[in-house]
Design a protein around this ligand. Structure first.
Ligand code: NAD
Length: 516
């Protein structure tokens, strides 16, 4: 049954793979996993765990499609992408509803997610203008040119936190460059991309996009399949590292994006109101389940002055008070109203996040705002049995507290007061990850000082979620990324193509020597 029908009739669908533009029923042979609603923990779908046979049939279908798809011009493929863009835009609201249903983020965030994914598709429609190579006479009668050529069948393995956007970080540029793709959605949020496969069925040629559901065993079959030329992965760092090692050993091109621990630094000359609002948006947006979310706030106290101008209160006290005040006004919910935050993806993650808060407490940190106790979230959890947890602000007295360096991936921020800018930069630089970092200040010179010293791939000045939008590429460093290029933008083009270098010499026939 199609997702559309299942949803409208309130049925619990058993999802199917999409291979060669067809829904492939794997029958009773495959075991399934339950997909549960973060709002209520009710089962909303069953997702099959594909084995080698299903992976093999998807890869073979993509290999067959590659022969003709890669032979089309960039311009022709861009026309297919334009049709896909139009169809997905028409279905934007429906796709956003599916994201809310299976992931739990609020409807405004879900619409933003679809729009951001479509931006990469929009960028890929311009590939004919973007991929042009060089041509040069390198010697008398000898010319060199290079062309960007597709790699073959590529695999894309994606996480739960952006059911639509992260698949669209890879899909448009990969297929726009002439590759075909086998994509494995997260088993926690497999519905949205299954619906995308249904929508694209009448648009893309058979086998250009195949979707295979499953878990880690499916990933293992996929990445080690001989027919897969390149692998992109987005998820936790431990798995990213594993995938990167396996692919490197098999001589497959690999880009594996991992986790994050993003630091925001606030200086006393920042605009406190704007900064506090931005910090809260950063750590509570999508319930903190974003690899670009703020995770540690380092406040640089003005050591020379006790109180800021016109106030007897310390800068750190004023900023923390505003952060706590704004965060405490957030309500549980997933609709479009402002200041609502959705539930955590599943019970396991909820327990893990709550344990991180308890551990901070036992290490001596102060819980300034405790999401476990906020009355609206407590009653929502009781009423719905969903994974509701309110925003949490923790004040640490020591940088060795585990919450200061663990990726919590929930609506939790760790605050630490630094004595100097130097101390703040040392704390940021010491973390294992390197996705994002941000400085809040009113001074251009201070912003320059920090942006030159932060050890992260994506930096913000007075912006807490510094996601580079197309045409810029996305990617961190250290344990946030295993691989060389970035994803999206020109990094995506670099990853999904190789450069074919062609050197030509035409010898001039004797009778035409007058041409010299
Ligand atoms: P995850 O690593 O648990 O799962 C990601 C994908 O890998 C899923 O499709 C899953 O089925 C598969 N998988 C899980 N374990 C595996 C294993 N042992 N071997 C092979 N495949 C395996 O990640 P998640 O919990 O779905 O996503 C959250 C993580 O993703 C966070 O750490 C977050 O920071 C990270 N993330 C990073 C970025 C980035 O750009 N760096 C973007 C989004 C999310």
């Amino acid at each position: 049954m199609s997702i559309e029908k299942a949803i409208s009739s309130n049925d619990v669908p058993t999802l199917v793979n999409w291979v060669g533009c067809k829904a492939t029923e794997a029958g009773n042979r495959l075991s399934t996993l339950e997909v549960s609603s973060p709002h209520t923990n009710e089962i909303i779908a069953y997702v099959p765990i594909s084995g080698y046979e299903e992976v093999d049939s998807a890869v073979k279908s993509s290999e067959k499609a590659f022969l003709s798809w890669s032979g089309l011009t960039y311009k022709t493929r861009a026309q297919y992408l334009l049709k896909l863009y139009n169809a997905l835009t028409e279905h934007m609201d429906e796709l956003a509803d599916l994201i809310v249903k299976e992931h739990g983020k609020n409807k405004t965030e879900a619409i933003g997610e679809v729009q951001k994914g479509l931006e990469t598709l929009e960028y890929a429609i311009s590939l004919p203008q973007l991929v042009q190579g060089k041509v040069e006479d390198v010697s008398r009668g000898v010319q060199c040119r290079d062309e960007r050529v597709a790699l073959g069948v590529v695999a894309s393995i994606v996480p739960f936190n952006f059911p639509f956007m992260v698949p669209f970080w890879t899909l448009p540029i990969a297929i726009g460059c002439g590759n075909t793709m086998v994509l494995k959605p997260s088993e926690k949020v497999p519905i949205t991309m299954t619906r995308v496969a249904e929508i694209s069925q009448s648009i893309l040629p058979e086998g250009v996009l195949n979707i295979v559901h499953g878990d880690k065993s499916t990933v293992e079959s996929l990445i080690s399949h001989k027919g897969i030329s390149a692998v992109t992965f987005v998820g936790t760092s431990a798995v990213a590292e594993l995938i990167s090692h396996t692919c490197t050993r098999l001589n497959k091109r690999v880009l594996a994006l991992g986790g994050a621990k993003n630091h925001l630094v606030a200086l006393p000359d920042c605009d406190i109101e704007m900064t506090a609002q931005d910090i809260v948006n950063s750590f509570t947006g999508c319930a903190g389940e974003r690899c670009m979310a703020a995770s540690a706030l380092l406040i640089v106290e003005n050591a020379k002055k006790d109180g800021a101008e016109g106030s007897s209160e310390k800068f750190s006290d004023r900023l923390i008070k505003r952060v706590v005040d704004i965060a405490s006004k957030i309500n549980p919910g997933s609709d479009q109203s402002p200041r609502v935050m959705g539930p955590i993806i599943d019970k396991g993650s909820l327990i893990r996040i709550e344990n991180c808060i308890s551990q901070a407490e036992s290490e001596g940190a102060k819980i300034l705002l405790d999401g476990r106790l906020q009355s609206e979230f407590v009653s929502k959890r009781k009423d719905t049995n969903g994974n509701w947890l309110g925003p949490t602000v923790i004040l640490h007295g020591s940088t060795s507290d585990s919450a200061m360096h663990t990726e919590i991936f929930g609506p939790v921020i760790s605050v630490y007061i630094c004595e100097s800018a130097q101390e703040a930069i040392e704390i940021e630089n010491a973390n294992d990850y390197g996705n994002a970092a941000c400085i809040y200040t009113g001074s251009g010179a201070a912003a320059e000082w920090f942006t030159k010293r932060f050890r992260a791939g994506m930096l913000g000045v007075n912006i807490g979620v510094p996601v580079p939008r197309e045409p810029f590429s996305f990617g961190g460093i250290q344990r946030s990324k295993f691989g060389v290029t970035d994803i999206t933008g020109d990094g995506g083009i670099e990853f999904f193509t190789y450069r074919r270098k062609i050197t030509t010499k035409w010898s001039v026939p004797v009778e035409r020597s007058w041409m010299d």
